[in-house]
Design a protein around this ligand. Structure first.
Ligand code: GDP
Ligand code: MG
Length: 459
């Protein structure tokens, strides 16, 4: 499938020549292939539509980075949008509540609720010790965890959790034969409170498909136990049905997070996107095996490249962008070396800065610039100011930009008028440029190598 999308996109774009901005036709051609890839990854159809509608305006008109093809560029934009829709970054469990903090596990039968309960219980009770380095946040504190099975429907379901508890060293609520789910919940809460447990994990019964009886049962359990986290457990293989499952649970309960299981299999994980889109809640954890330590935090970027099957292209485009940034930085450094940092360079720096979000970003790259940095950030250079500075430079003639020394009173007046600012704003910018030049020369004397390293130091 990987070669599939890759090759199809290649075919689409082999016919397209030239660089520059992505045209509507480029984008639509690529998005048709992306659509197929998403469906192949089992993303639910309405979510695919929503996704394509969301990414299309982002892609049209976007610049194609030098040395990548338009197709590769679309893939990168699609990938970034996907990562964003998947939540962007790792989402932590929220266990900030008065103990015992309740985690309610819900989902269809066989989705992996009981296994995931034990995995989470195990992780939380381990604390930072022996923990996979990836876990942080709420997993970095050792907690006293108890688990209770409320599954009175499947024979031996409570037994299953008890055995997992013994294997993981996580205590389970003693089983009382014939007790009903709500009564077990009450007893679990009392026991956890009395015995000073930090976290109580409630493992519920599932069904092969959504039904009212099941929904009412979990809703009642939820109302009684007031969970801080309600984790919807879903198999990564869940295909088009993911939307219905997520909707059904989310309508009756406040789902706070999703646990995606069997990510170790060959499902491409489209369910992650479907569930996230329907509930608006992040995937918090993934199950990657049957063993109780096969639990990982969810990394949106990893699942995105799995869904698209285009990880290689994404890193290729990222590398290309980095290379260009590095080349630009080196060019700039060379100019500084020759004392040639002119207004055109300042202009392109200002534009970069707007992308990077502030002058302190650039200053931070320069050694020995701490003073200037402090002064600049005190001046709180905002987006609007950067735009005004750009306008000032744009109002200069090419000759003035190359040689700002010639800008005297009458030229200043003309530039101020041309850019809609006060003469003092023009003065400020000229002074800023002069200061930068001075500073760069000083740095230059300190040693070219150190400067180059710091300027191009993104490798
Ligand atoms: P429940 O009915 O929702 O409680 O589901 P279970 O926790 O009993 O899991 C059903 C089956 O899926 C068991 O055989 C588990 O070992 C298996 N399982 C659960 N999570 C994972 C996972 O992340 N990877 C794999 N390979 N198997 C899993
Ligand atoms: Mg179970």
């Amino acid at each position: 499938m990987f070669e599939g999308l890759s090759k199809r996109l290649g075919d689409v774009f082999d016919k397209l020549r030239g660089r520059g901005a992505l045209s509507e036709a480029d984008v639509d051609a690529a998005l048709r292939e992306v659509r197929t890839a998403l469906l192949e990854a089992d993303v639910a159809l309405p979510v695919v539509r929503q996704f394509i509608d969301g990414v299309r305006p982002k892609a049209i008109g976007a610049d194609v980075i030098r040395s990548v093809t338009p197709g590769q560029m679309v893939v990168k934009i699609v990938n970034d949008h996907l990562v964003e829709m998947l939540g962007g970054t790792v989402a932590d469990l929220d266990l900030n509540a008065i103990p015992p903090v309740v985690i309610l596990m819900v989902g269809l039968q066989g989705s992996g609720k009981t296994t995931s309960s034990a995995k989470i219980g195990y992780r939380l009770s381990q604390g930072p010790q022996g923990m996979a380095a990836e876990f942080g946040g709420s997993f970095s504190v050792k907690r006293k965890v108890m688990m209770a099975s409320l599954d009175t429907r499947r024979p031996a379901a409570q037994q299953q959790l008890k055995i997992l508890g013994e294997q993981t060293g996580v205590p389970t609520l003693p089983i009382v034969p014939l007790e009903m789910p709500l009564a077990i919940t009450r007893r679990a809460l009392e026991t956890a409170r009395r015995e000073g447990f930090d976290v109580l994990i409630l493992d519920t019964a599932g069904r092969l498909s959504i039904d009212e009886e099941l929904m009412k049962e979990v809703a009642d359990i939820s109302a009684l136990s007031k969970p801080q986290e309600t984790l919807l457990v879903a198999d990564a293989m869940t295909g088009q049905d993911a939307v219905n499952v997520a909707k059904a649970f989310n309508d009756r309960l406040t789902v706070t997070g999703i646990v995606l299981t069997r990510v170790d299999g060959d499902a491409r994980g489209g369910a992650a996107l479907s569930m996230r889109a329907v509930t608006g809640r992040p995937v918090k954890l993934i199950g990657v095996g049957e063993k109780f330590d096969a639990l990982e935090p969810f990394h949106p970027d990893r699942i995105a490249s799995r869904i698209l099957g285009m990880g290689d292209i994404v890193s290729l485009v990222e590398r290309a962008a980095e290379t260009i940034e590095k080349e630009d930085a080196e060019k700039l450094a060379a100019k500084v070396r020759k004392g040639q940092f002119d207004m055109d360079d300042l202009l392109s720096q200002l534009r970069q800065l707007r992308k990077m979000g502030g002058l302190s970003g650039l200053m931070g790259m320069l050694p020995g610039a701490m003073q200037a940095k402090a002064a600049m950030s005190k001046a709180k250079i905002d987006e609007g100011q950067l735009k005004r500075q750009e306008a000032v430079i744009l109002a200069m003639t090419p000759k003035e930009r190359r040689n700002p020394d010639i800008i005297h009173a009458s030229r200043k007046k003309r530039i101020a008028k041309g850019s809609g600012v006060q003469v003092q704003d023009v003065n400020k910018l000229l002074k800023q440029h002069a200061d930068m030049l001075k500073m760069m020369k000083r740095v230059n004397k300190l040693g070219e190598k150190g400067f180059m390293r710091s300027l191009g130091g993104m490798t």
